[in-house]
Unconditional design. Structure first.
Length: 565
């Protein structure tokens, strides 16, 4: 019928032209007659109305024509309330229908009343900052034909919790989900190649994210402050991890597949993370120094130690962590070094540190290494440790358990001083030859019998053990260290064995309970203040060999001193 109508009108026009008629009339449905000059008519055709096209006059949305057949949403009437929004597939502009293919830059920026968006499948692009600051959004499904999530797309959408990203997306640009504090459910498509700068920064609720094998680049600060992340595996496809990419992800254990030895790690990329492990074909444990807050010093061609860094002490860097994992191997300037030592004062004053994992490669704990780590609760010393430095664990008030490995050959003075929560015990080490003394609560140090294998009593061994009443020192002992029985004022008697050659400085200072003591002729050195202010003590010194050296104030304020010659 329509074809016939078209043919009739065309034929009629043609006939009119033949008889030189200059006007053509068309009668409309409302009865009106419209007259046209035939000379002005080039073609007559039938047009069907598109009932699916939304007339722009009936919506608060603002459109812009982008081609002969397409348009995009560029904004909305700010005086209109926008709640649940449905973007039309087609829009009728000035009587013509256009397919809606895009959302323009800043289109809904700051639209706080927007609660949801339903996109048509015709959408291929959503512009920069299109939904920046839309705090009412809680969930979003991105159209399947979109390939790039543009800069700042959902920046500051603080209540956005769920995002469905289509498989066609290959790039997520800078700040796309920046400060989406509630975001907890997002799955990256398998073809994503890059994540831009600060893309997921401060997404505090994000607890898990799988990085696909297509990923190559993680931008500056990409996951900065994502404290909810706990585990992440970076595949070997990732070759560029830029500065501070995971900065302050304090609960995150990161494993990086670097079997291709091609990954580039920017400064501070993993600073503040819980742990970072690089996997390599020939080295499964080495980590790059730029990927850890720990600082290292090369000690030989193949070894390194963890060191103290004044900058980080005074800027409270280590104090951000309650758990620290020291790597067995570290990569410095492209070379692999085995970590064999925790250096002097390495973790001094880290009063938030509760747990530390030390690799089996470590054989030295330096002086004051953990001084005033006041909240540290436990530590497992590796079986290869040979030296524990002086004051190494001094004032670790909450340290509860420690086992001294059989490998230990040296323990510095006051290594465990102030560790009041330690299980009370007498520490004998170096194959049973050295007495480090009492550690833990000194109230339990009352009656001590030293093993026959002990040859020396260390400095500060029973320092301030003021409930100690008696101690049996075996004949094998040859030296008594400085401050060994300092202020043991309940000690009422003691016998110095015949093989002892030296008594250290202040060894029995303020032992007011001692009443008599005999010093054998084997002793050749009695150091300064050895029996200082033992006011009830009668001292007898066998100097029959005539070779004893007594320093100043060795017997200051003692009751009496007698030399036998």
């Amino acid at each position: 019928m329509k074809k016939l109508l078209f043919f009739f009108i065309a034929a009629f026009a043609f006939c009119l032209s033949l008889i030189a008629t200059t006007d053509m009339c068309v009668k409309l449905n409302d009865g009106k007659i419209v007259k046209y000059n035939v000379k002005d008519v080039s073609e007559v055709f039938y047009v069907r109305n598109d009932s699916s096209a939304i007339d722009t006059s009936s919506t608060p949305l603002i459109f812009r024509i982008t081609s002969d057949s397409t348009a995009e949403v560029i904004g909305y009437n700010s005086s209109s309330y926008i709640g649940a929004l449905s973007i039309p597939k087609k829009a009728q502009i000035d009587g013509k229908s256009y397919t809606v293919t895009g959302i323009g830059d800043n289109a809904f920026r700051g639209c706080s009343t927007l609660t949801s968006v339903d996109f048509p499948e015709s959408i291929t692009k959503i512009g920069w900052d299109a939904f920046n600051g839309c705090i009412g959004l809680t969930s979003i499904k991105i159209p399947s034909r979109v390939t790039t999530l543009e800069v700042g797309l959902f920046n500051n959408c603080s209540n956005l919790a769920h995002v469905e990203i289509p498989e066609g997306v290959t790039t997520i640009e800078n700040y796309a989900f920046h400060r989406c504090y509630s975001l907890n459910n997002v799955k990256l498509p398998k073809n994503v190649k890059s994540i831009g700068n600060s893309t997921f920064a401060w997404c505090n609720s994000l607890t898990g994210l799988d990085i696909p094998n297509s990923m190559t680049t993680l931008g500056n600060y990409a996951f900065h402050g994502c404290v909810g992340l706990t585990n992440m595996m970076l595949p070997s496809s990732v070759t560029d991890i830029r500065i501070y990419a995971f900065y302050l992800c304090e609960n995150l254990d990161v494993v990086i597949d670097n079997t291709r030895d091609s990954v580039s790690v920017g400064s501070g990329a993993f600073e503040g993370c819980k742990s970072v492990t690089f996997l390599k074909e020939n080295d499964q444990t080495a980590i790059d120094t730029s990927a850890t807050p720990l600082k290292f010093r090369i000690t030989s061609d193949s070894t390194a130690e963890v060191i103290h860094d004044l900058y980080h002490q005074y800027h409270n860097n280590y104090n951000k962590f309650d758990t620290i994992m020291i790597p067995e191997k570290v990569k410095i300037d492209g070379h692999i070094y085995t970590v064999t030592s925790i250096g002097e004062s390495a973790f001094k004053y880290c009063d938030s540190l509760k747990h530390i994992s030390i690799p089996s490669s470590v054989n030295n704990i330096g002086d004051r290494a953990f001084l005033y780590c006041a909240t540290m609760e436990n530590i497992d010393l590796p079986s290869n440790v040979k030296n524990i430095g002086k004051m190494a664990f001094d004032s670790c008030y909450q340290l509860k358990n420690i086992i001294i490995p059989e490998s230990v050959r040296s323990i510095g003075e006051e290594a465990f001083y102030g560790c009041y929560d330690l299980e009370p015990q007498l520490v004998i080490y170096d194959n049973g030859t050295k007495c480090h003394g009492w550690i833990g609560d000194s109230d339990y140090c009352i009656d001590i019998i030293l093993p026959e294998s002990v040859t020396s009593i260390d400095n500060h061994a029973f320092y301030y053990c003021n409930r100690l009443t008696s101690i049996n020192i075996p004949d094998s002992v040859t030296s008594i260290g400085k401050y060994a029985f300092y202020d043991c004022n309940s000690l009422v008697s003691i016998e110095i064995p015949d093989n002892v050659t030296s008594i250290g400085q202040y060894a029995f200072c303020w032992c007011g309970g001692l009443t008599s003591i005999r010093i054998p002729n084997s002793v050749t050195s009695i150091e300064y203040g050895a029996f200082y202010d033992c006011k009830n003590l009668d001292v007898t010194i066998d100097n029959s060999e005539g070779n004893v050296k007594v320093e100043n104030n060795a017997f200051y304020n003692c009751k009496s001193v007698k030399y036998l010659k």
